[in-house]
Design a protein around this ligand. Structure first.
Ligand code: RB5
Length: 144
């Protein structure tokens, strides 16, 4: 599976560590930056990751900022993207099962790297449930 990843300065350290974690697990990772922890604006890094997913260059996107909130707001503006800001493994499973989320946004300031690794494991391992959720997701996408 190919995964695009990006961050801002607040998520940079965890982005680097999570990208290495994903490579180690055998995923094909596209790192959309940044390349340092210099202060940047999170929408500039949400956009390329979200576009990768929307255009099919990647199957999933991972974005890390201070809270994950701004990244989710920015990524969800790109048609075709369903980004979810996730801070625990239960929600990581549910955003896949119920919402077919294709981008996960994580907090680099309020969630530990170890917890974000578990969250990411769950996000990547969980399939969309389909069934009654399918029509609801279609209705979300009709808002694009
Ligand atoms: C940067 O200070 C911070 O606002 C950003 O990383 C993120 O948390 C925004 O949602």
């Amino acid at each position: 599976m190919r995964i695009s990843i990006g961050s801002d300065h607040a998520g940079f350290e965890q982005k680097q560590a999570l990208a290495a974690y994903l490579v180690e697990k055998g995923y094909d990772v596209i790192d959309r930056g940044p390349d340092s922890d210099d202060r940047v604006d999170y929408p500039d890094f949400a956009a390329p990751v979200a576009r990768d997913v929307a255009e099919g260059a990647s199957e999933r996107g991972v974005l890390v900022c201070g809270t994950g909130i701004g990244m989710a707001m920015a990524a969800d503006k790109v048609p075709g993207v369903r980004a979810a800001n996730i801070i625990n493994s239960e929600f990581a499973a549910l955003c896949r099962e119920h919402n077919d989320a294709n981008v996960i946004t994580l907090s680099g300031r309020f969630v530990s790297l170890e917890d974000n690794e578990r969250i990411l494991d769950t996000f990547l391992a969980t399939e969309f449930g389909g069934g009654r959720h399918e029509g609801r997701v279609e209705k979300i996408m009709s808002l694009d």
